[in-house]
Design a protein around this ligand. Sequence first.
Ligand SMILES: [Zn+2]
Length: 388
Amino acid sequence: MKPRNRMKIILILLFISFNSYSQNTKGYFDISKDEFYYEKMSSWKEKVYDDYDCEFKTTMDNDSILIFSAKNFIFKEEYQLTLNEQKKIKKIEVFFTVHNGKLENWFPIKYPIKIGNFYKNIGTPSITKENVSYSRIYNDKNSEFTFKKYYKWNNALYRETKIELEVGQGIAKLPIRNKRGKIKKHRTVNFGYFAQTPKGKGSVTADDINFNVASKVSDGVTKTWNKNTNEIKSLLDSEFFETSNSIVGGKLFPYLFFIENTNDPKEYFTKFFFIANSIYNIEFGDEIFEKNQKYTYTTLPDGILAKAIGMDKDCCIEILIDLENWNKSTYLDKIFIMFHEFGHDIFGLEHSDGIRLMTTNKLELENPSIFGEMFHEMMLEILKKQQK
Ligand SMILES: [Zn+2]
């Protein structure tokens, strides 16, 4: 396939997914400020800060903003809630300052310091910035906040609501006042920042959750792709490589792992074929025609999930899927099952071939990005086999 045709197909494919996935915007969390405040305060007082000798304070409460904090001699955690007219929360912001030493030394797990965890849980950020200043309008106009690092995810989840998530870490200059309230000087402290802004109202759809998984899978592919660039370059011609490289690194890449109708095996094939053929330049036979594909939901013995019985036929894909197990499977399991069976059926791969995605019959992964890595390895192996 020529690179230009590939771009055309990817645009069509992505455009379809993108449209059906996008939703209307503007929203709030389905929890009132009082409920949220009560929930947070009781967990602070009874659990989180029970032993920290904290002073709890509600510093400001007007119609549209509520600020409350927990503070002791080491740190201060402060919540700022932006409210709508019904006193529902439109935005949650958290400022965490440490008066002494580094943020990550005191709270290595609790605070949004380990940005890697966010990559792991949500995927690649939509926006990253460095050295951005942030002005807090409602509290202490004399403080200065600068993000050394700032990350934003356009599609994350919180309280089953679709949100924009912002995470930052930086330096705050806080005023020190004398007894008469006059600013004597400023002191510099480390701070962490965390903001959640709901995008759509109501609950998230299964598509939202599946898309989050798809985005983690694509992260895993991108990561290993970037690691193996030299090897891939040696297997693809340079024009082909450049186009693939821009797709794999692109923002729309997660959509290639997003299956809309999760019970339609043909859609798994479409995505599998597209990625394998258009990105990795893997060749297919007559299996690409719909008339040569047969998928049957049935009952298989001994807990078998699926079986590729078309393995020995060059023309055809024939896969049996155990309906009961299929219905119990997660989104990631289903992609794994189908891609694993395609490996058998289309490319004749065996469990003993040493390809991680093929050696296992059941996927037990805590992070979908590992599946992405396994998928990439499988693609490379097939490509190398074909070029021999
Ligand atoms: Zn198998």
